[in-house]
Write a protein that binds this ligand. Structure first.
Ligand code: GLU
Length: 337
């Protein structure tokens, strides 16, 4: 049995909230951020707020501002965030990914120099055909990425022909194992997470996997609490941290909130955005109390401020399966019955 990538840590607890400003926060985001905050605070830990605005096409300043307001409205606070432009002792550098390009570039240079990367010239369409996987994005590659074994001359002729290349990490042919505080022991073979993945897209945008792994590592994050939809990202982030010699956090992948049809709550569920609920007169303590009820630490679901829940929080109380938010629940939240 190989040793799990993330062994228990004795470092001071640092948690993080890592929103992407691509829309307004909804109940599902509030659920994940509340639990991440409670987990860190219940261990006397610090909380970082990092704005993940790397994708220039999808990120909006107005959403970033709204997210900060919504989180504060819910009653969550943080020890370092986007306002600390120069960073803090806890977290060097600005806590806004679009301003950390030089840090990611340095990490990529180190991985390149160690021979751990290669340029991939395949278009999204070519990758899809190779994998026969219609939903494969540019950031994932089939295990048999044809660019993995190009020789220098082939690479140079493609570059000379003006082909743009993504940069991929050469993943070792071995399983990655880690212990998840909610989901238990995990084991991912390279094929389970799409194989060699992009560190930088062909349009030059740094990939989520690289940025998050570098940031969590450099910022001394000791625990990551996030939705279980991100579980397959974890082996990739662990690899990046391993190759850069960064200490890995403990991971807790929490169940998702679903709508009445079983779909994951997402930005399209506008009626469940915090802004809409606030506009309908819902008090933040009702939302927090309801979510804490789902988390198993507030049985009656009665209104609560996050601070009042710190002493009651335990990941052990958390259900292990996704949960549906029913129309009745929302009606109760907005006080319709
Ligand atoms: N920024 C990512 C998102 O909003 C979350 C990243 C993470 O928690 O690792 O989906």
């Amino acid at each position: 049995m190989t040793r799990p990538e993330n062994t228990p840590s004795t470092r001071p607890v640092v948690g993080r909230l890592a929103p992407s400003p691509t829309g307004l926060l909804h109940l599902g985001n509030a659920w994940a951020f509340l639990l991440a905050w409670l987990s860190a605070r219940s261990q006397g830990g610090r909380v970082l707020l990092r704005m993940e605005d790397l994708d220039p096409q999808r990120s909006r300043r107005a959403f970033a501002d709204a997210i900060l307001q919504d989180l504060a409205w819910l009653g969550l606070d943080w020890d370092a965030g986007p306002d600390n432009a120069g960073g803090t002792e806890v977290a060097p550098g600005p806590l806004v990914q679009s301003r950390r390009g030089h840090i990611y570039a340095g990490a990529i240079t180190r991985l390149e120099a160690a021979g751990l990367t290669y340029p991939c010239f395949c278009s999204r369409k070519e990758l899809r055909q190779l994998a026969s996987a219609p939903n494969l994005g540019e950031e994932e590659a089939p295990r048999a990425d044809p660019c993995r074994n190009l020789d220098t001359a082939e690479r140079e002729s493609l570059l000379a022909a003006g082909r743009h290349a993504a940069l991929r990490l050469r993943c070792p042919d071995e399983a990655i194992t880690f212990d998840d505080a909610v989901m238990g022991p995990q084991r991912f073979a390279p094929g389970d997470f799409g194989g060699d993945f992009a560190l930088r897209r062909s349009d030059g945008v740094v990939a989520y996997q690289l940025a998050v792994a570098v940031d969590d590592g450099i910022m001394g994050v000791t625990e990551v609490v996030r939705g279980r939809d991100l579980l397959p990202s974890t082996p990739r982030q662990l690899l990046v941290m391993r190759f850069l010699g960064l200490a890995a956090p403990r991971y807790a992948h929490i169940p998702l909130l679903l709508d009445a049809d079983g779909e994951r709550l997402a930005k399209r569920h506008a009626s469940l955005s915090l802004a809409t609920l606030r506009a309908r007169g819902v008090e933040p303590a009702r939302i927090v109390g309801y979510l804490a009820g789902l988390a198993g630490i507030n049985p009656a679901g009665s209104p609560a401020h996050p601070r009042e829940l710190v002493g009651r929080f335990s990941l052990k109380a958390l259900p292990r399966t996704d949960m549906r938010v029913m129309e009745d629940d929302v009606a109760r939240l907005v006080g319709e019955h």
